[in-house]
Design a protein around this ligand. Structure first.
Ligand code: AHG
Ligand code: MN
Ligand code: MN
Length: 340
């Protein structure tokens, strides 16, 4: 790209600022904080085999999952950077049991939810991982920051996005005015606009889910998998199966190429695995802004009223026509179960 055409994230945000009546530069400060943390995580990821950041931290998070060293490092980096932004009163994280209240920031109006390191199981094997964030404003009627402010529907997100530490490092985000992607230019350490106005194709040829759990899926999900694998020239089936095990990496590929990602309810985990506040809401906001759909199988992800910080939800997300098809097969399943 000719130098004169390069648009840095900072420049892009300043240009956009005029569109938000209420923004007053606060969002740009939060983005600067997220960007700084992501650059530090990126630095550690890039030399992970050399620095002492691989392997287990020897602790578990609130969900009982083993914490990797990089989970803990990334969590600390995002929290300390956001806390220093001066704009955030509360931070909630997949890695923390409780809300992190920022000292002396009770009057600030922003809340940030983070999955500081997504795809932990891929850290040690050098596959793509990422960081996810959602930004909310406090509810106006609360006197001081509290849990109720954090338990807002996803449709109230002010901004959301992710950093992906892949073959290149990217930021993909939305503020409700479409989705844009920025690639980190290592030589100048700046995120530069590389994927303006991302739209997901309405149809795709990729399905992504952990088929190892097939025995645990409902009949509707099994039927949809069979549909994906069935030969049909007109609809380009069979689709290709692609599943890395990092939501961000699977999501990012499907966003650019078209596809569906599913993490359904299973018999042993009726709410699925993925977390509403740290993972699904951000992805749902992005996919809708890119022209796709996100559902729990029972309704729109962005309409779910959270009742607890670490709540999980099943997720069907991706190209509009593919998600609609999957949901129609679930409904058939439910209808026939009701009839039985
Ligand atoms: P995290 O690393 O933040 O705990 O998230 C892992 C998630 C998600 O990234 C991925 O899609 C999913 O776990 C994979 O789960 P399975 O290993 O059960 O397929
Ligand atoms: Mn995750
Ligand atoms: Mn995580």
């Amino acid at each position: 790209m000719p130098y004169s055409k390069v648009i840095t994230l900072e420049q892009y945000i300043v240009d956009q600022q005029s569109m938000y009546k209420d923004a007053q530069g606060s969002l740009s400060k939060i983005f600067r904080a997220l960007e700084l943390a992501a650059k530090m995580v990126n630095r550690d990821v890039r030399k992970a085999g050399l620095a002492d950041v691989l392997g287990s931290h020897g602790t578990s998070n609130i969900q009982g999952e083993e914490q990797k060293k990089l989970d803990v490092i990334a969590n600390n980096m995002f929290i300390s950077s956001l806390a220093r932004s001066g704009e955030v009163c509360m931070i909630i994280s997949e890695e923390n049991e409780d809300i992190f209240f920022v000292d002396g920031a009770d009057s600030e109006k922003y809340i940030v939810a983070i999955d500081p390191l997504d795809g932990s199981s891929n850290i040690d094997v050098n596959a793509s991982i990422g960081s996810i964030f959602s930004i909310y404003q406090r509810k106006k009627n609360q006197l001081s920051p509290c849990l109720v402010d954090c338990l807002q529907k996803g449709k109230h997100q002010v901004a959301a996005g992710y950093f992906i530490y892949g073959s290149s490092t990217m930021l993909v985000y939305t503020t409700g005015l479409g989705v844009n992607g920025f690639t980190l230019d290592d030589s100048i350490q700046e995120f530069c606009l590389s994927h303006p106005t991302i739209q997901i194709p309405a149809d795709g040829k990729i399905f992504s889910l952990n088929e190892g759990n097939q025995d645990e899926f409902s009949q509707g999900v099994k039927d949809y998998i069979d549909f994906c694998k069935a030969k049909d020239k007109e609809s380009s089936r069979p689709y290709s199966a692609r599943y890395i095990g990092s939501l961000i990496a699977d999501f990012h590929r499907n966003l650019l190429k078209g596809g569906i990602f599913i993490y359904p309810a299973t018999f042993s985990a009726p709410n699925g695995k993925l977390r509403l506040l740290y993972e699904c809401n951000a992805m749902a906001f992005l996919i809708e802004q890119a022209g796709g759909l996100a559902s729990s199988g029972e309704g729109r992800i962005l309409d779910i009223i959270p009742t607890e910080l670490h709540q999980r939800t099943p997720l069907f997300i991706g190209s509009k026509n593919m998600v609609e098809k999957a949901l129609s097969m679930l409904n058939t399943d439910q209808a026939s179960e009701t009839l039985a």
